[in-house]
Design a protein around this ligand. Structure first.
Ligand SMILES: Nc1nc2c(ncn2[C@@H]2O[C@H](COP(=O)(O)OP(=O)(O)OP(=O)(O)O)[C@@H](O)[C@H]2O)c(=O)[nH]1
Ligand SMILES: [Mg+2]
Length: 204
């Protein structure tokens, strides 16, 4: 993908706040602090388009980032953050569920489930994955923070993630790092595919 421009379009909580441009969307789901906002910045080659936090729970609403005035990368609130109230958790999962439900038919081309390559997927990750599949959504698993392990540890960790999520043979898990940009090309190739980007537009 040739990134010509990227911009924060809107922060939304409810469907009547979502953009009405009709662009396709790719959404990022995952535990709080796994790097959803960071990966969006890395993908569009911007330092701080999406707000990154050292304290988990940074992104509490849905942020739509437009790319090339053609599609959106959608930053969803993180789940599984222990030290928030029950009410807050319920509100976040309601925000995510409402988004997925209202966008799955028309706009949402793929949901990235971002996991931490160092750890086995959590109960929440498994639930989210099964939920996405249940909705009939196309998913891509990305295993982030690969810079934190050695090259030799990457494959065993990917295999563990596959096993815990019970993935089919044709489902990919892409190792990624927002620090050293490992996996960047591979992720864009997957996105180009679902966004129907042609050869001309792919050129960097
Ligand atoms: N070493 C390393 N750190 C990363 C990587 N990706 C993200 N981080 C760090 O992880 C922390 C959390 O990143 P965020 O992008 O804010 O995570 P998030 O998933 O958006 O978190 P919430 O908004 O709370 O849901 C930040 O300190 C990032 O710098 C990575 O690939 N490698
Ligand atoms: Mg975030």
């Amino acid at each position: 993908m040739n990134i010509k421009n990227a911009a924060h379009e809107i922060t939304a909580v409810k469907p009547n706040q979502y953009p009405v441009t009709g662009f396709s969307e790719i959404a990022f789901a995952g535990r709080s602090n796994v790097g959803k906002s960071s990966i969006i910045n890395t993908l569009v080659n911007r330092k701080s388009l999406a707000r990154v936090g050292s304290t988990p729970g940074k992104t509490r609403q849905i942020n739509f980032f437009s790319v090339n005035e053609n599609f959106y990368l959608v930053d969803l609130p993180g789940y599984g953050f222990a030290s928030v109230s029950k009410e807050m958790k319920a509100s976040w999962s309601n925000i995510i569920e409402t988004y997925l439900y209202s966008r799955k038919e028309n706009f949402l081309k793929m949901v990235v489930l971002l996991v931490d390559i160092r750890h086995s997927p959590s109960k929440d990750d498994i639930t989210m994955y099964q939920w996405l599949k249940g909705f009939g959504l196309k998913t891509l698993i990305i295993a982030n923070k690969a810079d934190k392990i050695t090259r030799g540890q990457i494959n065993p960790r990917i295999n563990d993630i596959r096993k815990v999520l019970q993935l089919d043979g044709d489902e990919k898990v892409i190792p990624f790092s927002t620090s050293n940009r490992l996996g960047l090309e591979q992720v864009w190739a997957e996105f180009d595919n679902v966004l129907n980007v042609t050869g001309e537009e792919q050129k960097a």
